[in-house]
Design a protein around this ligand. Structure first.
Ligand SMILES: Nc1nc2c(c(=O)[nH]1)N[C@H]1C(S)=C(S)[C@@H](COP(=O)(O)OP(=O)(O)OC[C@H]3O[C@@H](n4cnc5c(=O)[nH]c(N)nc54)[C@H](O)[C@@H]3O)O[C@H]1N2
Ligand SMILES: Nc1nc2c(c(=O)[nH]1)N[C@H]1C(S)=C(S)[C@@H](COP(=O)(O)OP(=O)(O)OC[C@H]3O[C@@H](n4cnc5c(=O)[nH]c(N)nc54)[C@H](O)[C@@H]3O)O[C@H]1N2
Ligand SMILES: [Mo]
Length: 771
């Protein structure tokens, strides 16, 4: 049951204030008070957030500049900090008071709200309770259990927060044990990027640095809610707008952050009565899934401009020298653009030809262009094609591999990008197999492991028997909630290394453990010495992170320590990895990372503390194309269809995008307000176009059940949502993740990349009789 609604009188009203501003300050103060956190403690902690001698924020992955602002944090980063340093404790007394079957009726918010986990716990089936266990017993039993299982039937999930050190150790442990089943949250997030960009430009990550943001003369934003999910980036957008740089945004929803912004760190702006800076010079509410069509229109209009320039003997609009020297197969792409039909482009994108031609004209005048994007592009059936299409647009005008320009996937979790860099992947071709085998004297299993979608499939069909998680809330984040939750107890082993209690911990298996760990903001002392960890941000820059707070409990162990102990208990003597030495001194893990990945991590220990961190070696940003053709590849999409394999023609089928509120971090729900969209007091709402409401006989506040439109024999339904008119294109509806994941079919994912297509779920609304 999902009791996400906490007030009887939720409200949904237009929110006209800019992002930042006093609303943001008020929200922070009330969150700190709600957690019982002293304001002085919060402010003294925040002074160190994203500073070279401090800790890397546990919220988003946006870049951390060498010269930080006095307050290099944002409303949502501060909320994440409050949530981690809360004085509340979910301790052994809590578990003694509550049965697991009762806790299963609690909301995500109520569960995490109990505070930090303090003690290792083991599930006791006869009591239906978690009971305390010693670390030694936990490691011994988990090791013995793992050795009873076929390694290929065990999944080692990682959420994107764990450090480079913990992540590198984790994947070695899993592979020595015999499993390449290393899905991570990236599988649900930017995997469309990780598959799409290498094919296009030979780099799995973006090509921009923050210096590029200072120099660009135009920016695109596709499908990213920057004001909520990477708010610090707004400072760079703000600066660019003050320089007169055009920023053109494509998003079905009117997201405040990219409309108006007031810098909460600028007293002058805060005190001025005006409405804040207009962040997007043009904001287009295109159809959900309409991006390929829109980008085709822009590309087609660029060709027209180029034809005209060429005929008049003027400077070409296409960067023909770049295309000639650096690109492969422009001809097929050009043919696709020329053949595309404007009527079809307008219908699929929901934009007019005039608007698309306007965008092309603005783009044709800019010399240094950055294209930013988020889940609005990656979480679709054609997620890869979306990403590659955006690269195509940049390539047409030579906007990759020069200062001030490039492709900018805005990553999610604070170290999700880095985890891939140091070996977290189910694909063995992406890791230095020979080196691991040579350095540590074991044989890396060669068959591909399970990604997130495949792991869910295995849990549902019973072939996955064990699940070990380094953070995250897997069952809640993935599609097909009902089937995954029903199948979970059939597994033999469930081990969750975590900081806060969540629903996945309550899906018990035969043997179930919660292992509480230090958070990144906490001091981590090993062998008497304070340790530093490291993370990679969205711009492929590696930073040090030093914990500063006292640990939430004396019993907590660090993630590297837990991984080392699990490995010692499970695979003793099966490799020469010096687990104890590594757990006692993380600098040694960094040396090991440098040995395995010398070009990215040269002089790792010497460089990672420097302000601003150091950059990885990204070939495409130097116009070295590490692709199959040795050039940047234009990739031609198949067509514009959002749901190519579902018949969405029936009139009552709507396309649901599941998004984050301003009051959550993924499955962590801080509260029930989404201030920037004017929603307060509820998460159980479907935002929809007024014309669709009339057509379907619905009015504001009517109650509906929502059902997935799919012909696969599985029933998927959520109940008792309220509908509300909102500014969203016809045919599209929006609501909140993770509650709506129950509607997402497992097979409904980005083709090839397997990112669940959370932004284009075909649904029907069924009106409930008035209560
Ligand atoms: N405070 C906070 N910060 C976070 C997170 C959080 O939950 N809270 N999560 C972190 C993580 S893991 C991630 S991955 C990122 C996520 O950051 P975002 O990528 O911003 O994620 P979403 O909230 O899913 O929002 C996606 C945006 O895409 C738009 N959109 C939906 N469908 C389409 C479409 O078809 N086309 C276009 N052009 N736009 C579309 C939506 O309206 C929305 O504005 O944020 C990270 N940072
Ligand atoms: N429908 C829909 N589904 C989605 C998405 C969507 O937009 N729509 N977005 C997808 C995306 S982009 C992502 S990234 C996934 C997120 O999926 P996950 O990364 O699995 O989920 P989180 O909610 O970030 O995980 C929260 C839990 O992590 C634990 N935790 C927090 N800090 C730490 C720490 O320092 N160490 C450890 N060990 N544990 C810690 C806490 O116990 C907390 O309960 O969800 C995906 N699912
Ligand atoms: Mo993510």
């Amino acid at each position: 049951m999902d009791r996400s609604e906490i007030t009887d009188k939720p409200t949904i009203e237009p929110y006209d204030e800019p992002t930042g501003g006093w609303g943001s300050v008020k929200s922070l103060v009330s969150h700190a008070a709600g957690e019982g956190l002293l304001a002085s403690t919060l402010w003294s902690t925040l002074q160190k957030q994203n500073k070279a001698d401090g800790y890397a924020c546990v919220s988003c992955s946006w870049a951390k500049p060498a010269k930080p602002r006095a307050f290099e944090y944002c409303e949502n980063g501060a909320k994440a900090t409050i949530w981690e340093i809360t004085p509340k404790r979910c301790d052994r007394e809590f578990f003694a008071r509550h049965r697991v079957s009762d806790l299963l009726n609690w909301t995500d918010h109520e569960l995490e709200k109990q505070g930090r986990l303090t003690t290792p716990m083991r599930y006791d089936k006869s009591l239906d309770q978690y009971v305390p266990v010693t670390w030694a017993d936990a490691f011994r039993e988990i090791g013995a259990e793992l050795n009873q299982l076929d390694p290929t039937s065990v999944v080692f999930y990682v959420s994107g927060r764990a450090s480079l050190e913990a992540s590198h150790m984790w994947q070695l442990f899993s592979r020595i044990y015999g499993s390449n089943n290393l899905p991570d949250s990236s599988n649900m997030c930017h995997e469309s990027t990780s598959v799409g960009l290498p094919e296009s430009i030979g780099s799995p990550v973006g090509t921009v640095t923050i210096e590029d943001f200072d120099q660009c003369d135009m920016m695109f934003f596709f499908g990213h809610n920057t004001g909520t999910n990477a708010p610090r980036l707004l400072h760079w957008v703000h600066d660019a707008r003050k320089r007169g740089v055009p920023v053109i945004t494509f998003n079905p929803l009117p997201e405040r952050g990219l409309m108006r912004f007031k810098n909460p760190q600028s007293p002058i702006e805060m005190l001025s009565p005006d409405e804040g800076v207009k962040m997007s010079s043009d904001y287009f509410q295109l159809n959900g899934g309409g991006d390929i069509a829109a980008m085709t229109g822009i590309g087609k209009a660029l060709l027209d401009l180029d034809d005209t320039a060429k005929a008049a003997g003027k400077k070409r609009v296409l960067d023909t020298a770049f295309i000639e020297e650096h690109c492969h197969d422009f001809a097929s792409f050009e043919a696709f653009l020329r053949a595309a039909d404007w009527g079809e482009i307008e219908r699929c994108s929901g934009m007019t030809r005039d608007d698309l031609e306007h965008v092309a004209r603005v783009y044709s005048k800019a010399e240094k262009v950055i294209a930013n994007y988020g889940m609005g592009l990656t979480q679709h059936r054609h997620g890869i094609e979306n990403v590659q299409m955006l690269v195509n647009l940049l390539l047409m005008r030579g906007n990759i591999g020069k200062p001030g320009a490039g492709i900018s996937p805005i990553r999610g979790h604070s170290n999700v990008q880095g985890q891939r860099t140091v070996g977290i992947t189910e694909k063995t071709e992406l890791i230095p197999v020979d080196k691991f085998e040579e350095f540590y004297g074991f044989t890396v299993p060669k068959e591909k492991g399970l990604d997130t979608v495949e792991a869910c499939q295995g849990i549902i069909d019973g072939s996955v028997k064990g699940f070990v998680a380094l953070g995250g809330n897997f069952s809640r984040a993935v599609p097909e909630t009902r089937l995954v939750e029903e199948a979970w107890p059939k597994m033999r082993l469930n081990v969750q290394i975590a900081t806060k209690l969540n629903r996945n911990h309550l899906l018990t298996s035969e043997v179930t453990y919660i292992l509480p760990c230090l958070g990144r903001i906490e001091r981590d002392v090993q062998a008497g010495v304070e340790q530093t960890v490291s993370i990679e941000d969205s711009t492929a820059c590696i930073h040090a992170s030093n914990g500063m707070r006292e640990p939430a409990s004396k019993e907590l162990l660090s993630e590297p320590k837990i991984v080392a102990e699990l490995a010692k208990a499970t695979v003793p003597g099966r490799s020469t990895v010096p687990w104890d030495e590594w757990a006692a001194d993380y600098a040694k893990v960094r040396d090991a990372i440098e040995r395995a990945y010398p070009s990215d991590f040269k002089y790792f220990n010497q460089r990672f503390r420097q302000p601003g961190g150091f950059h990885r070696d990204i070939g495409a940003s130097k116009r070295e194309w590490r692709t199959d053709t040795g050039k940047a590849n234009f990739k031609t999409p198949e067509g514009f269809d959002v749901n190519p394999d579902i018949d969405t023609r029936p009139q009552d089928v709507l396309q649901l995008m599941t998004v984050r509120s301003n009051d959550q971090f993924n499955t962590t729900i801080y509260g029930y307000d989404d201030r920037l969209r004017g929603v307060s007091g509820t998460r159980m709402v479907i935002l929809m176009n007024e014309a669709d409401m009339r057509r379907l006989g619905l009015r504001d506040d009517d109650r509906v059940d929502v059902e997935t439109h799919a012909d696969d024999g599985v029933s998927r339904r959520v109940e008792d949502y309220r509908v509300h008119a909102f500014s969203v294109p016809k045919g599209n509806v929006a609501g909140y993740y993770p509650e709506l994941n129950a509607l997402m079919p497992l097979w409904h994912h980005s083709r090839r990349a397997h990112v669940p297509a959370a932004k284009s779920i075909p649904v029907r609304l069924i009106k409930r009789p008035a209560a």
